[in-house]
Design a protein around this ligand. Structure first.
Ligand SMILES: [Zn+2]
Ligand SMILES: [Zn+2]
Length: 389
């Protein structure tokens, strides 16, 4: 079958790889009908995530049709149309039972490597390194879905793939980010990053009743999308000083909640940026803490910092003193996608939100390597790519 495979820094290829087969009786195989490239795939594309191997199949935002089920699968049948969450969860461990699906204790067969690095292993993820399970991803014609009774949600509606696909990751991820921001009705919420997750965080903050959402980015098309679809006030950080503008907008109080929807690929400027680059070059630092630093500086005292942006390692010059003295609460984590599938499917079916607004590029899977480049360069006003195998 055809699949997009990883071959090192900025080297994604379309290749013929063996078609997946049922391995465990709780597996299902789906024929992928639509699959997206995620901002966090760019961390892999830049070679920033450890334990990737040549030939790994990428992708964690797929949907499709069930074509085979293992003998213990109870909820799915051949022919079902499903969206598959990027988090792989067993459904039976303490974490799954407590709705903390992305922290599942059983779904990462390489838990030992993750434990070495982090102390404990989070859940396995599709197409996201061997440290996180070594599972083949969904940018392919077919996908093996482990724990098929726990992850995929069956969708019977006549909504299009583009309207449903983002239940796999970015819609729940933006939604959990907004939920983690502890929004009260009078609140101002600032969102750093107007990529796909940022766009869904903005809309989710509106759904959760924020009084005002302020969106920060430097790409005009992303800021325009935040204004037009997310009803946000926008700040272009390449033209305005973010701290001063936020203080101006909030009477010097700062936003009640700050959402970092950028993560490790943040861009910085000035002296600290230069010192960070030196540290990264000698492997003293792996992450880019620009957005976190700025959000901590801007957030109102006693406010909440919600971090859906993906970080991969260690960072330097992290302002823990300001965070502590300002009494901020930090909430973060990979998304517990399974928790949000049903309620968010309802918001789509009820017409409260149409997630397809974020799609800017659609193409055949074979165009994947090119579109990774386009998406990475933010060329051609690219915000979200959907591929059809
Ligand atoms: Zn994703
Ligand atoms: Zn579990």
């Amino acid at each position: 079958m055809r699949a997009l495979t990883w071959h090192g820094k900025q080297d994604v290829r379309i290749e013929d790889v063996p078609r997946p087969e049922i391995v465990n009786p709780t597996d299902a195989i789906i024929e992928v009908t639509a699959t997206a490239i995620c901002g966090s795939d760019l961390h892999l594309y830049h070679g920033r995530v450890p334990s990737m191997r040549e030939g790994d199949v990428l992708g964690h935002e797929p949907m499709g049709e069930v074509i085979e089920v293992g003998e213990e699968v109870e909820t799915l049948e051949v022919g079902d149309r499903v969206v598959v969450p990027f988090t792989i969860s067993c459904g039976e461990c303490w974490f799954c039972e407590n709705d903390l699906y992305s922290l599942c204790d059983n779904s990462n067969p390489n838990a030992e490597i993750a434990r070495e690095v982090m102390g404990h292993s989070p859940a396995g993820l599709f197409g996201y390194s061997h440290m996180l399970g070594g599972y083949a991803g969904g940018q392919a014609e077919y996908l093996r879905v482990p724990y098929a009774d726990v992850g995929p949600i069956e969708v019977e509606s006549d909504l299009s793939d583009e309207q449903l696909l983002f239940l796999s990751d970015i819609f729940p991820t933006g939604y959990m980010a907004a939920e983690n921001a502890d929004i009260d009705p009078a609140d101002t919420v600032a969102v750093w990053g107007c990529g796909p997750v940022g766009q869904f965080a903005i809309q989710s903050a509106q759904l959760l009743g924020a009084d005002r959402v302020i969106a920060i980015d430097r790409f005009p098309e992303r800021l325009a999308m935040a204004r037009e679809h997310g009803d946000a006030v926008t700040i272009d950080y390449s033209e305005e000083d973010v701290y001063h503008r936020l203080m101006e907008l909030t009477g010097n109080r700062g936003p009640d909640s700050c959402i970092d929807a950028v993560g490790t690929d943040a861009h910085g400027t000035g002296l600290l940026d230069a010192s960070d680059r030196v540290k990264r070059s000698v492997k003293l630092e792996d992450d880019r803490p620009y957005v976190l630093r700025e959000a901590i500086r801007c957030c109102r005292k006693g406010g909440t910092l919600s971090v859906p942006g993906v970080y991969v390692g260690r960072m330097d010059n992290f302002p823990f003193g300001p965070l502590m003295n300002k009494g901020l609460t930090v909430k973060t984590g990979q998304t517990h996608v399974q928790r949000y599938l049903e309620p968010l499917l309802e918001t789509i079916e009820d017409g409260e939100i149409d997630p397809s607004f974020v799609v800017t590029h659609e193409a055949d899977l074979g165009k994947g390597p090119e579109l990774y480049e386009t998406f990475n360069d933010k060329a051609d006003d690219c915000i979200k790519v959907v591929l059809t195998p």
